[in-house]
Design a protein around this ligand. Structure first.
Ligand SMILES: [Zn+2]
Length: 302
């Protein structure tokens, strides 16, 4: 049995998967925010609960909103900031008396979708979480690819490529939390979509509210989603020119916008060197469960 834990900023979810991938148990609790010791207790408590309920022992993988530094072994880049600087994998290994594997949550999405989702059978998967922020992860032959610095997939903090005049203005108006300007995340996250609509209309709405307006043929909402699609296309062309993955999988709130899958694959082509591009862009099959499933799949079959 494999146990996966998705450690998010607001909730911690556990899943237990049988060796054939069948779900045996699932449970979620609120994250004890700003308290590292209680976070450790919560994760180990969920693992023990999964084992009690199934009557089996399992391997443990944990997806986190950050990464482990390969140099210090400590968590870095977590927006759940109380995790940063901690040796989370080691501390959990001691509490649970077994080796615990940790990976970035977007890498877990990539592993989940490469295993039995939208990227099944594909050797290279680039998976993007476009929600409040924008993270991405890489799976190669079904394994999470963390990279030599532990930041593989963090293209959301590269600048938006081929900016037009208005995007250059956006760049100056909407700085990224990382300290730089013009990051892809500031444009293609759900937050970025809502910010752009607010710039166009003067109204502050949530992403799904803007999409409802677009469906009712509201011109400003339609313009906002058209601009969003072009920015996503340019951003993904950037990835294709460097890595040329076999499939791109989208997760997170914006991945529910169905028109992206009709329009963006065509809009990517002119930005890819040579103009040829048939890279499939697909919605994550396991939706919100991809992170926790991918955490379980960090361990090979037993
Ligand atoms: Zn940034």
């Amino acid at each position: 049995m494999r146990i996966g834990v998705d450690l998010g900023g607001t909730k911690i979810e556990v899943i237990a998967l049988a060796n054939d991938g069948q779900e045996l148990f699932r449970h979620r609790i609120a994250t004890p925010r700003d308290d590292y010791q209680q976070t450790l207790q919560a994760i180990s408590g969920l693992v023990r609960l999964a084992e009690d309920k199934t009557g089996q022992q399992g391997s443990v993988g944990v997806g986190i909103p950050g990464t482990l530094s390969p140099f210090t072994g400590l968590v870095k880049n977590a927006n759940s900031t109380w995790l940063n600087g901690q040796q989370l994998d080691k501390d959990l290994s001691v509490m649970l008396a077994r080796e615990v594997r940790l990976a970035n949550d977007a890498n877990c999405l990539a592993v989940s979708e490469a295993t039995d989702g939208a990227g099944a059978g594909k050797a290279t998967v680039f998976a993007v979480i476009i929600g409040t922020g924008c993270g991405a992860g890489v799976a190669i032959n079904g394994q999470a690819h963390a990279g030599g610095n532990g930041i593989s997939g963090e293209w959301g903090h590269n600048p938006l490529p081929w900016m037009d005049a208005d995007e250059l203005r956006f760049r100056a108006e909407v700085p990224c939390y990382c300290g730089k300007q013009g990051c892809i995340e500031t444009f293609i996250s759900g937050t970025g979509f809502a910010n752009d609509y607010a710039r166009l209309s003067g109204n502050v709405l949530k992403g799904h509210e803007i999409m409802l307006l677009a469906e009712k043929q509201d011109e400003t909402a339609k313009l906002a989603i058209q601009r969003y699609e072009m920015r996503l296309a340019k951003s993904l062309a950037h990835v294709i020119n460097i890595f040329d993955p076999d499939v791109i999988v989208l997760g997170g709130g914006m991945s529910n916008v169905e028109r992206l899958y009709q329009r963006v694959p065509q809009q990517v082509k002119p930005w890819v060197f040579g103009g040829e591009c048939e890279t499939p862009i697909r919605k994550a099959v396991h939706g919100d469960s991809s992170g926790v499933r991918g955490a379980a799949w960090l361990w090979p079959p037993v």
